[in-house]
Design a protein. Structure first.
Length: 164
């Protein structure tokens, strides 16, 4: 019973976590658009992209099975193409900006220029819209709740043909 409860909680958090990450990404993107300094704008927009990638990983991700691969910490940009190959180019784009984001967050003068920040904000907005559409078309929905031994759904009466 405890295992089933944990499975249900995991399914609920998987479903609920994805929209929350996308909402955080959207909020971060909106914040980046109104910040004053290019470094702050760049770093905040890049974080919004990271949250967007995290939503994809939360929706489609699967745990590493190989102990060798689990031992190594990998960035979201490295894992994303394995989970969502259609986002490989986006992953490469944002991975290329990670060092600049780190410099911008560290407050290094001129780490990101005004145009760099503007371009990144536009790219993140497009990436976020793409991911929102992608996840709506392929949602991860919670499984129907059934207690052990209960069979009240379709097919319980034997009135549906076997699909397999």
């Amino acid at each position: 019973m405890l295992c089933e409860t944990r499975r249900r909680a995991a399914r609920r958090s998987e479903y609920q976590g994805r929209p929350d990450l996308l909402a955080q990404a959207r909020s971060g993107l909106e914040e980046a658009a109104v910040l004053q300094t290019p470094n702050e704008r760049y770093a905040t927009a890049h974080l919004a992209a990271l949250r967007t990638a995290a939503a994809v990983l939360a929706a489609r991700g699967r745990p590493e099975t190989s102990p060798r691969r689990r031992a190594r910490i990998r960035s979201a940009w490295e894992v994303l193409p394995e989970i969502a190959p259609e986002l490989t180019e986006w992953s490469a784009l944002f991975a290329a900006g990670a060092a600049r984001r780190a410099r911008a967050e560290a407050g290094i003068q001129g780490a990101a220029g005004r145009r760099d920040a503007d371009d990144l904000i536009r790219d993140v907005a497009m990436f976020l819209r793409l991911v929102e559409r992608m996840l709506v078309l392929q949602p991860v929905l919670p499984q129907p709740r059934q207690e052990a031994g209960e069979r009240d759904g379709p097919g319980a009466r034997g009135d549906l043909p076997d699909a397999g």
